[in-house]
Design a protein around this ligand. Structure first.
Ligand code: NAP
Ligand code: F7E
Length: 364
C-alpha cells in the first residue's frame, strides 16, 4: 500500500530534499506551507512544475502554521499520515537572539502541537523531530547521544525542549517518536544567511563583479558540515526501525569557518584574505565553538555513512551557484555528485532554481 507522509517545513532546504526522496520511494507526500505575501515555494517549484522529471506527482500542499493548532489537527485527521516529519522551525541561530519568544513558539511549541495532535487523533503516525547539534552547545566534542545538552542560544533552548517532549510522548503515551540530532548540513539550497552559502554566493558575486567584499563574524568556530541529501535519508531510516530511538548524524570531521573560506576561495582561484572583512554584527552573544559528531550508533543501527566531505561539499555548492549565475563552473562538484550518487539520484538535482530572496532583514 502507498505510504503517506506529512512534512512541515517542506519549503525549506531539508523539506525540499526530503519530499524528493520520499516521492522517489513511492510515497504520497503532503506538505504544510505557511502563507507568505510572496512565493516561498522556490525550492519545490521544480517538483510541482508540469515538465518535472516525476510524472503525475503525488504531492499536495496545504496552508498551515506551527504557531497554531488550527490546521495541524485537521491535517493529521484528514490525511492520516503514516509518517510525520517535523522540519518546520525558525532555524536561524543568530536571529533567535533577536526573536527568542517567537523562536520558542515555532521551534519549541510547534513540535508539541504536532505530538498532541497525533495523541488526540489516535492516528498511528510515526513522528520525526528535527533536533539539532546546537543542543550540545558547550558540551566538549565529539558529541554523541549520551553527551549533555548545554544550549547556547534561544534556538538551541527551544530545540532541547522539543527534544524532551518528543521523548516524553514516546515514553508516556507509546508514540513512535524519534529525534534525529543532525549536525550542520549544507547544499546549494541552503538559506543565504547561513555561513556556507553566504560564502559560496559571495564568491560567485565577486567573480561576477557584483560584490567587492564579504563581511563575516567569528572565523574560529568549528562545525561538522555534511551534505543535506545524505541527511534526509537518515530521517526516513529512523522511522523504518522496529522501535523509535534517537540518533546523532554527522560526518565525524570538524572544520573552522576559516577552513571553509580557504577551500571555497581556493576552488574559485581567489585569495580569501583579499576579500573578507570582520563585522562585529555577526558575532553572537554566546557562540558554540566546536561541534564534531560521533555517529557510531547511526552507522551501526541505520547502516548509514556519508560519502561527501568538506572539499566535495564546497565544490558542489560553488558549481551550483556559478551555474545559477550563468557562469561556467569548474565542474568538480558535479563530478563528485555523479560518482557518489549517479546522475539519476535526487541528490544529483542540486541546481534547481535556488531561492533568490537575498539577505533577510536583520543582522545576517
Ligand atoms: P530552513 O531551510 O530554515 O527551513 C525551515 C522551514 O520551516 C521552512 O519551510 C519554513 O518556511 C518553515 N517554517 C518557519 N516558520 C514556520 C512556521 N511558523 N510555521 C510553519 N513552517 C514554518 O531549515 P532547514 O535547514 O531545512 O532545517 C530543517 C529543520 O532541521 C529545522 O527544524 C532546523 O531547525 C533543523 N536542523 C537543521 C540543521 C541544518 O544544518 N540545516 C541541522 C539540525 C537541525 P518558509 O519557507 O516559509 O520560511
Ligand atoms: O553559523 C559563524 C557562526 O549560521 C555557523 C542552522 O541550520 O546549523 C545551523 O546553525 C558558524 C557559527 O549555522 C558568520 O558564528 C561567522 O559559529 O551557518 P551558521 P549554525 O549557527 O551552526 C545548526 C546545526 C542548526 O540546527 C541551525 O538551524 O559560522 N559565522 N560569520 C557566521 N554565521 C553566519 N550565519 N553569518 C556570518 O556572517
Amino acid at each position: 500500500m502507498t505510504k503517506r507522509a506529512l512534512i512541515t517545513g517542506i519549503t525549506g532546504q531539508d523539506g525540499s530534499y526530503l519530499a524528493e526522496f520520499l516521492l522517489s520511494k513511492g510515497y504520497e507526500v503532503h506538505g504544510m506551507v505557511r502563507r507568505s505575501s510572496g512565493s516561498n515555494t522556490q525550492r519545490i517549484d521544480h517538483i510541482l512544475q508540469p515538465d518535472s522529471h516525476l510524472e503525475s506527482i503525488p504531492l499536495t500542499l496545504y496552508y498551515g502554521d506551527l504557531t497554531t493548532l488550527e490546521q495541524i489537527t485537521g491535517l493529521i485527521y484528514d490525511i492520516r499520515p503514516d509518517e510525520i516529519y517535523n522540519l518546520g522551525a525558525q532555524s536561524d541561530v543568530r536571529a533567535s537572539f533577536d526573536m527568542p519568544e517567537y523562536t520558542a513558539e515555532v521551534t519549541g511549541l510547534g513540535a508539541v502541537r504536532i505530538l498532541e495532535a497525533i495523541r488526540r487523533s489516535g492516528v498511528a503516525a510515526r513522528f520525526y523531530q528535527a533536533s539539532s547539534s546546537e543542543m550540545f552547545g558547550g558540551a566538549p566534542p565529539p558529541q554523541n547521544e549520551n553527551s549533555p545538552f548545554l544550549p547556547h542560544s534561544p534556538y538551541a533552548c527551544a530545540k532541547v525542549y522539543a527534544y524532551h517532549m518528543t521523548c516524553n510522548y514516546r515514553d508516556g503515551y507509546g508514540l513512535y517518536a524519534s529525534n534525529g540530532i543532525l549536525f550542520n548540513h549544507e547544499s546549494p539550497r541552503r538559506g543565504p544567511n547561513f555561513v556556507t552559502r553566504k560564502i559560496t554566493r559571495a564568491i560567485v558575486n565577486i567573480m561576477s563583479k557584483s560584490q567587492d567584499l564579504l563581511y563575516l563574524g567569528n572565523l574560529d568556530a568549528c562545525r561538522d558540515w555534511g551534505f543535506t541529501p545524505e541527511y534526509v535519508e537518515t530521517m526516513w531510516l529512523m522511522l523504518q526501525q522496529d522501535s523509535p530511538d534517537d540518533f546523532v548524524i554527522g560526518t565525524g570531521e570538524s572544520h573552522s569557518v576559516r577552513k571553509f573560506l580557504e577551500c571555497a576561495f581556493d576552488y574559485a582561484g581567489l585569495d580569501w584574505e583579499e576579500y573578507v572583512r570582520f563585522d562585529p554584527r555577526y558575532v553572537r552573544p554566546v557562540e558554540v565553538n566546536a561541534l564534531l559528531a560521533d555517529s557510531s550508533k547511526a552507522r551501526e543501527i541505520l547502516g548509514w555513512s556519508p560519502k561527501i566531505g568538506l572539499e566535495e561539499l564546497v565544490m558542489i555548492m560553488i558549481d551550483a551557484d556559478m551555474s545559477a549565475a550563468g557562469l561556467d563552473p569548474p565542474g568538480h562538484g558535479y563530478e563528485a555528485l555523479r560518482s557518489a550518487f549517479g546522475s539519476q539520484s535526487f541528490a544529483y538535482r542540486t541546481s534547481v532554481p535556488v531561492d533568490n530572496r537575498g539577505q533577510a532583514v536583520g543582522s545576517e
